[in-house]
Design a protein around this ligand. Structure first.
Ligand SMILES: [Zn+2]
Length: 284
């Protein structure tokens, strides 16, 4: 079909012979629907009250031209947001990398201490804020160092870099993501928690699922826990007969009970004999 929008011949609008292919029709409707929803959210769900506003797409006579105007506005807003984020990130990244006017030293469990800024630590984590202000309000002069003994030098460096820039390297090893997720939970840094959860959830597989489940449990990460438990059930034989399972069972008795129950549930749901029994009982 010679679609008047996407066909290579669609250079001009030819009344009354214009026809639109199904993908263009669906796409146009979806875009208009999406933008309407977006506007309703911006209005706090009172879209119909302001339906006379010029950029509104609710009324039937608004079409793709209005949608395009709105897309351009969104693009401009996104560009402005990106520039502002880049401006902030550049300054904080510079302060971090070059250690400009640092006023505290953070000591990891192993390796060299790392200089940082109290203000950044306090602004990013309520827990750090309390730790730092406790020093200030107490007797002795404010300490110029504090320790995070559960983190190695590299892990602490990644944590601090995240506090300054809000960014994580794409290809961080899993063990570092585990340490960062536990730190995000302990020091109450929700943005870091979400970043770690998303990366770890994308990498869950039978090979690493037990460690992931352990870390999810330790960091109270419901999303990751559910994802890992799903993988355990899906690959139960491979996981339960793996050499790591014994050590895991010794360390995590409660999780093993949960796995056993979930497996039995899954088996009873999947077993035809049980289904038959239920059916017989229902019929009796
Ligand atoms: Zn088309």
């Amino acid at each position: 079909m010679d679609c008047c929008i996407c066909s290579p011949m669609a250079t001009m609008y030819r009344l009354p012979r214009n026809s639109v292919c199904a993908p263009c029709h669906e796409g146009a409707k979806a875009i208009i629907g999406f933008l309407n929803k977006d506007e309703e959210q911006e209005d706090g769900g009172h879209g119909s009250v302001n339906s006379h506003a010029p950029s509104k797409l609710n009324s039937s006579n608004k079409g793709m031209r209005d949608a395009w105007e709105q897309v351009k506005e969104m693009r401009d807003r996104a560009e402005e947001t990106n520039q502002r984020a880049a401006f902030l990130e550049h300054g904080f990244a510079l302060a971090w990398k070059e250690g400009i006017h640092t006023d505290i030293v953070v000591k990891p469990g192993t390796g060299a201490p790392i200089p940082a800024h109290k203000a950044i630590l306090a602004a990013r984590s309520e827990v750090f804020r309390h730790m730092l202000s406790a020093d200030e309000h107490c007797k002795a002069p404010a300490a110029d160092s504090f320790s995070l003994p559960e983190l190695s030098h590299d892990e602490l460096s990644l944590l601090l870099a995240f506090l300054y820039t809000g960014a994580l390297d794409q290809d961080l090893p899993e063990r570092h993501l585990h340490a960062l997720l536990v730190a995000a939970d302990k020091y109450d840094i929700p943005f870091l928690r979400r970043a770690c959860e998303a990366r770890l959830a994308a990498r869950v597989e039978p090979r690493n699922v037990l460690r992931t489940l352990e870390v999810a449990d330790l960091s109270s990460s419901a999303v990751l826990r559910e994802r890992a438990m799903g993988t355990v059930l899906e690959h139960a034989e491979q996981v339960v007969f793996s050499p790591e399972y014994e050590g895991f069972a010794v360390r995590n008795a409660a999780l093993c009970v949960e796995i056993t129950r979930a497996l039995l549930n899954k088996m009873s749901i999947g077993s035809p004999s049980c289904i038959d029994q239920d059916v017989y009982r229902a019929l009796a």
